[in-house]
Design a protein. Structure first.
Length: 268
């Protein structure tokens, strides 16, 4: 997955990877984002690269899997916002498909295109894909898919998770989950459930749809063709609900597809 891992195959070298991510963010990304992406548009306000530090918690649970991640060359960053993660991975010598949809992207993908130009990208391809349709991915096979903070924004979570399992050996996934309903009167944690949000219920954002309980998310990915290699929960891990900012909880999953053979070729 990373140059240091290819040399040492040592879990401790993930720290070097994170250090390179931080240096790249402070030096290259900060300069590239010094001006707005386009007239009247702003950059996505959340730090998407911070997900790499959460993923560290997953890798720590399965250190022997590093040998599989060492050979990753072709990845997809789905729901990529401005593409911060995609362009950093490119700097790590990976080919990246940046997949998003202009109508729901923060700045209509102007940010991703501006970074493509300003960073002189040559191995990041931007693809406009409506994930709420019966979509097709740009490539038949990926070594790894990053699918972070997107699932609860989609209408058809089973379809997309099953589709991803057909196209990638591994996936890092994160999404919002909840332990109770918004009024805290009904427990969700003890059953495989999903809560359908009202259009204005969560952050006044009508693109928020399904908030799973932790057992519900696990049931979903397993039935869609994935094995769970590791999991990690962050945020309000005691009283999380589907809608309030103060009771926001996220689950990160490291997934391995049951639909991919060990010798599936990487598309370069």
């Amino acid at each position: 997955m990373m140059n240091d891992l290819k040399k040492h195959k040592d879990f401790s070298s993930y720290q070097a990877f994170l250090e390179r991510a931080l240096n790249w963010k402070q030096q290259r990304l900060k300069t590239a984002k010094a001006d707005p992406p386009s007239h009247g548009k702003t950059w996505y306000s959340y730090d998407t690269l911070s997900n790499l530090w959460h993923i560290e918690k997953l890798i720590a649970q399965t250190p022997k899997d590093i040998k599989h991640l060492c050979d990753i060359k072709h990845v997809a960053d789905i729901g990529a916002a401005d593409g911060d993660l995609a362009y950093f991975l490119e700097s790590e010598d990976m080919k990246v498909d940046l997949i998003d949809w202009p109508a729901t992207n923060w700045n209509g993908l102007d940010g991703a295109r501006a970074l493509n130009d300003r960073l002189g990208s040559g191995r990041v391809q931007i693809h406009e894909v409506d994930l709420d349709s019966q979509f097709k991915l740009p490539s038949k096979h990926y070594d790894l898919i990053f699918f972070l903070g997107i699932l609860y924004h989609l209408k058809n979570p089973f379809y997309i998770m099953e589709t991803l399992a057909k196209h990638s050996k591994y996936c890092f996934l994160s999404t919002r989950i909840a332990r109770t309903t918004s009024d805290h009167n009904l427990e969700l944690e003890s059953a495989p459930l999903a809560y359908l949000l009202h259009p204005q219920e969560c952050n006044n954002d009508p693109t928020n749809y399904w908030i799973f309980s932790a057992p519900g998310l696990i049931r979903l990915v397993e039935r869609a063709g994935w094995n769970i290699r590791a999991n990690y929960r962050v945020g309000d891990t005691k009283r999380s609900d589907p809608s309030s900012q103060e009771h926001d909880e996220r689950m990160f999953l490291y997934l391995e597809s049951r639909m991919q053979s060990d010798n599936a070729p990487s598309v370069l």
